[in-house]
Design a protein around this ligand. Structure first.
Ligand code: GLY
Length: 366
């Protein structure tokens, strides 16, 4: 059941390999990249508790050293970056060595950035262990940390040399974490592949219940779409922004909920996608049925769909709109939205009347 998607960037091409049991065969995939049989692994501490033994047995024949990092977004800052870089230097990791990032999106971004700056760039392998990281953050080379001024404001584009997405590890996720990652999967159908969205409507429940073949198929199609977009626009000068469907709303909601457990990123993306389709429909860009269909699928999956599904109080529509203005994707003071002409047909625009956004938010909060 091994699937491979090639991210064919000139001079920086790499494979994303997807399937069950890849941890057990890690040496087979990673050894061809090595100049000497050793790797430095930086792992999320919780992921290490669950899966490090399996990875280490899969790396038999390769010398390994391991550093663990506390789980959670708080690790994605200067203190852990400094700790990782110092450790890699202590371990005498050289320019031609390979660093392994073993965990979810936080670890991928953090360790990828450490690899980008260490000795002006060493190669790294992503072994993503959350659904969100497998379908989105491990692919495409965005690395970085959070700043006092906001999330992901310090970073670099640094493509991995290989991504190993072992779909067996998804079994260890809580249902909530799995569904949050599924929010990003749905995003791909909504932004560029109506047939994939239709496939998700039919297969999403079985996939969430644990069907391995369906999980592999969903991760493969998501990664394929991401790779196509990244190959067209690696540094987000244009099309790559499509991957931010739902994110302008999501970032405001994350800020409003203090980046807390009240709303996981993928949950915010799902609610944001529903709001983006609502806005598109009100602007006459897509049919009125489209937002209902998006919401119906999210509901059928048991996901957060509307603003009312977010626990606790939210600020008013004006404050949320203000928070959207803090988004780093604002250009010349204008909010940039990803809107849609229909399911599978998204586009980027800065031409969105603030009043229309306010109305969507007010109705959602009512
Ligand atoms: N997660 C959005 C991107 O990689 O561009």
């Amino acid at each position: 059941m091994l699937e491979t998607v090639r991210v064919d960037l000139p001079g920086r091409a790499y494979d994303v390999r997807i399937g069950p049991g890849l941890l057990q065969e890690a040496a087979h995939h990673i050894a061809p990249l090595l100049h000497r049989p050793r790797v430095a692994i930086v792992a999320d501490a919780h992921v290490a508790d669950l899966h490090l033994e399996t990875l280490l047995s899969g790396l038999e024949g390769v010398q390994t050293s391991v550093l663990t990092v506390p789980q959670g977004e708080a690790s994605k800052g200067w203190p852990q970056l400094e700790r990782i870089v110092d450790w890699l230097l202590d371990e005498k990791i050289e320019r031609r060595d390979v660093v392994v990032a073993f965990g979810g999106g936080v670890i991928g971004d953090l360790v990828g950035f450490a690899a980008a700056v260490l000795r002006r760039g060493v190669r790294f392998v992503q072994i993503p262990t959350s659904l969100l990281a497998q379908v989105d953050s491990s692919v495409g080379g965005k690395t970085g940390i959070n700043a006092r001024h906001g999330k992901n404001l310090i970073g670099a584009f640094h493509q991995p040399s290989l991504v190993l997405a072992d779909t067996s590890v998804l079994d260890a996720l809580t249902e909530r974490d799995f569904l949050a990652g599924y929010g990003e999967v749905v995003k791909y159908g909504l932004l560029g592949d109506a047939t994939f969205f239709q496939w998700l409507e039919a297969n999403g429940p079985a996939l969430a219940a644990g069907d391995e073949a369906l999980r592999v198929a969903a991760v493969r199609r998501s990664v394929e779409m991401k790779a196509e977009i990244v190959m067209r626009d690696e540094t987000e000068q244009g099309d790559r922004a499509l991957l931010n469907l739902g994110h302008t709303f999501c970032h405001a909601l994350e800020a409003a909920t203090g980046y807390s457990d009240r709303l996981l990123h993928g949950e915010g993306v799902a609610v944001g996608c529903a709001l983006a389709f609502e806005l598109s429909s009100r602007l006459g860009l897509c049919s009125q049925e489209d937002p209902s269909r998006v919401r119906a699928h999210l509901r059928a999956m048991g996901m957060k769909t509307d603003l009312a599904d977010i626990p606790g109080d939210l600020p008013g529509a004006e404050v949320l709109l203000e928070l959207m203005g803090q988004d780093k994707k604002v250009i010349d003071g204008k909010l940039r939205f990803i809107l849609a002409r229909g399911i599978g047909d998204a586009f980027v625009t800065s031409d969105v009347p603030g009043d229309a956004v306010l109305d969507v938010l007010k109705d959602g909060l009512a």
